[in-house]
Ligand binder design. Structure first.
Ligand SMILES: C[S@@+](CC[C@H](N)C(=O)[O-])C[C@H]1O[C@@H](n2cnc3c(N)ncnc32)[C@H](O)[C@@H]1O
Length: 345
């Protein structure tokens, strides 16, 4: 997604590369005390685990790997109060792939051996601040540590699982993923809440919101897909967002913006409409970086967008890269809660 930026990013974040442990995972060591990750760069590091136990090896060539690995996890983490054990694959792959099977077998055995842990079916229902023993396994070996889902920036080991969304556009997966990610920090808006959606056409996100029982006012210069015509809860507005005015006195519970173009203009479009957003309301904003190649420019642009939001009273809950994101980040903000600190919530 952001090919060619890795060495610059590690340098900016003051991290030394120890080794690659799979196509998407890096074992790194901080070179200086840092506030990793900086909000501007957090999207480049969407899942992070403090590695407290590692066993670099080739599991396929190691006799009794699962048993030995589970015994080691039990010895190392047995009395640490982890609520459950979640194991992910460093090598990706589909459900039946060797690495995924290995992860699943290791999880099953570790749950039997690691004191105090229990099997949890619905990972999203975990308290996002509860300690979890996360382990990642693959061709590079085993890497494990304890973190809360909020600290790791995702409930699932390795990050958010890909969330499938309906067929109108790829963007549906972005709002489905964003609402899932939001649970790390805050409850999603209640059923029936009213969303103002900016840049809604053709309507993949709109469809996802309607499916969750929300009302949606969808604004775009282009029309929505005809499958959405007459959908209950939907108000379609054909307009330029920069000229749209909310009905007098009306307040929305949340704003969603997926407009293309310069993200500073898109953020200006959101901020202009903030008086129509309830205090404590949610903003979900796609920060599009498609035209930016250079890391310094990406940092600058991201910094400008975040600073403008903050000046207008939007508190950043999270900036991340979701599985359905392309060259863009998803930002979550709360309106009018400048003292909100996700680390303390
Ligand atoms: C990436 S698409 C949105 C996809 C949509 N979120 C979905 O789920 O299908 C971006 C949209 O932003 C709209 N857009 C960009 N600038 C706009 C503006 N100033 N006023 C209205 N619509 C705008 C474009 O017309 C386009 O439909």
């Amino acid at each position: 997604m952001f090919d060619g930026l890795e060495s610059g990013l590690l340098e900016d974040a003051r991290l030394d590369l120890v080794r690659s442990v799979g196509a998407e995972y890096r074992l790194v060591r901080p070179t200086a005390p840092s506030t990793f990750p900086d909000p501007r760069t957090a999207g480049f590091f969407p899942w992070r685990l403090p590695v407290e136990h590692s066993w670099p090896c080739s599991p396929a060539k190691t006799d009794g790997f699962v048993e030995k690995a589970a015994q080691a996890l039990a010895a190392r983490f047995g009395s640490r109060g982890a609520r459950t054990v979640l194991v992910g694959s460093l090598d990706g792959g589909s459900a039946g792939s060797p690495s995924r099977k290995l992860a699943s077998n290791l999880r099953g055995r570790a749950l039997q051996l690691v004191e105090g842990t229990e099997s949890i079916r619905d990972v999203e229902a975990l308290d996002p601040t509860a300690p979890v023993l996360y382990a990642m396994v693959g061709k590079a070996g085993l890497f494990a540590g304890i973190a809360s889902p909020r600290e790791a920036n995702g409930f699932h080991p390795g990050g958010e699982k890909f969330i499938k969304a309906g067929g109108i556009s790829r963007a549906g997966g972005k709002i489905a993923g964003a609402l899932h990610h939001l649970r790390l920090f805050h409850e999603p808006p209640a059923r029936g809440a009213h969303w103002l959606e900016l840049g809604a056409s053709p309507g993949g996100m709109t469809a996802e919101l309607l499916e969750r029982g929300y009302q949606v006012t969808a604004v775009d210069r282009a029309p929505l897909d005809e499958r959405l015509r007459g959908a209950p809860g939907l108000t379609e507005v054909h307009a330029d967002v920069l000229h749209f005015h909310a009905p007098s006195g009306h307040r929305y519970d949340a704003i969603l913006c997926d407009m293309n173009g310069d993200p500073r203009d898109s953020m200006r479009g959101v901020l202009r409409l903030l008086p129509s957003l309830d205090s404590g309301g949610l903003v979900v904003f796609t920060l599009k970086l498609a035209t930016e190649e250079r890391l310094a420019r990406i940092h600058e642009l991201t910094g400008e967008v975040l600073a403008a939001a903050e000046r207008s009273g939007l508190a950043l809950l999270s900036l991340t890269h979701l599985p359905a994101n392309r060259r863009e980040f998803t930002c979550l903000f709360l309106h009018g809660t400048p003292d909100f600190d996700p680390a303390r919530a």
